[in-house]
Design a protein around this ligand. Structure first.
Ligand code: NAP
Length: 267
């Protein structure tokens, strides 16, 4: 598509529609926390959103809440590390909405926080399986469907700790560094299909996930030296995700953008 056509689409969307009007988005790990806030924001911005997480009761609760807010939401149980669950997720999006335009890879695990040399093979395998390999395999499954739309957007949620490796986060931090590389390499591979891939380097955000930081003295004592003046809220990670999926970001591709309140400020 020519640059001219991009501008025409962009202007049309600014005048008449919500930025993600009638787009179909899948958000992984979205029954609470940052994924939930992103799912809600994409839907507020006009998308039909399929949310998911490991536990059906969490999915049902999130879907009910967002439907009560008048948003176009559906949900399904999906552990991203499970192949059958990933296939079920994609099939549900296609059956429910007939297409996929946007994928937000947000689900991740961090099963161990502590001294690096206490990490086990099991921990290394689990974090790489869920955080990295499953992310790639889900993207691989979804890309042919986004491709049918002629354009689309993928976001990979990473972490500040991918840039500032913290030994207590060990393998988890290394998965997050790896995701920066995955974002970049996918952006190069998919740009000719008009599929943009960007990453978020999230700071310390006020969710269940970050509670371990506040409970671990070795980590808590580093927050202020690292420049964390306050925790971010999940909603503060959602607008950037929606923007990156919108036509206003049509020339932003392969970037890893910090959402850290200044912790990753760089030239
Ligand atoms: P959270 O509050 O713990 O929420 C995690 C969400 O993912 C829940 O909906 C959970 O629901 C779901 N989930 C967990 N494991 C899953 C799996 N294997 N498959 C599918 N869904 C799964 O976490 P968060 O703080 O929102 O973190 C979201 C993302 O931000 C992660 O990628 C994390 O690495 C990143 N991040 C967070 C922070 C932070 O300070 N919070 C900082 C940097 C990066 P179920 O329990 O029902 O599965």
């Amino acid at each position: 598509m020519s640059s001219e056509n991009y501008l025409i689409k962009s202007n049309a969307s600014l005048k008449n529609q919500k930025p993600l009007q009638d787009k179909v988005a899948i958000v992984t790990g979205s029954s609470y926390g940052i994924g939930f806030a992103i799912a809600r924001r994409l839907a507020q911005d006009g998308a039909h959103v399929l949310l998911c997480s490991r536990k059906t009761e969490n999915v049902d609760k999130a879907v009910q809440q967002l439907k009560e807010e008048g948003l176009s939401i559906s949900g399904i149980q999906c552990h991203v590390g499970n192949e059958k669950d990933r296939e079920k997720l994609v099939a549900m999006a296609l059956v429910t909405y007939g297409k996929i335009d946007i994928l937000i890879c947000n689900a991740a695990v961090n099963p161990f926080v502590g001294p690096l040399f206490e990490t086990t093979e099991e921990v290394w395998k689990k974090v790489f399986d869920v955080n990295v390999i499953s992310t790639f395999l889900l993207i691989k499954l979804v890309v042919p469907h986004i491709q049918k739309q002629g354009r689309g957007s993928i976001i990979i949620c990473s972490s500040f700790t991918g840039y500032i490796p913290e030994p207590h986060f060990g393998p988890y931090a290394i998965t997050k560094t790896t995701l920066f590389g995955l974002t970049n390499i996918l952006a190069q591979a998919l740009r000719f299909m008009n599929i943009r891939v960007n990453g978020l380097a999230l700071g310390v955000i006020n969710t269940n996930f970050s509670k371990v930081i506040l409970k671990t003295p070795e980590l808590k004592s580093k927050l202020i030296p690292l420049g964390v003046h306050r925790l971010g809220e999940p909603e503060e990670c959602a607008g950037i995700a929606s923007f990156l999926c919108s036509e206003d970001a049509s020339y932003i591709n392969g970037e890893n953008i910090g959402v850290t309140g200044g912790m990753l400020g760089r030239l």
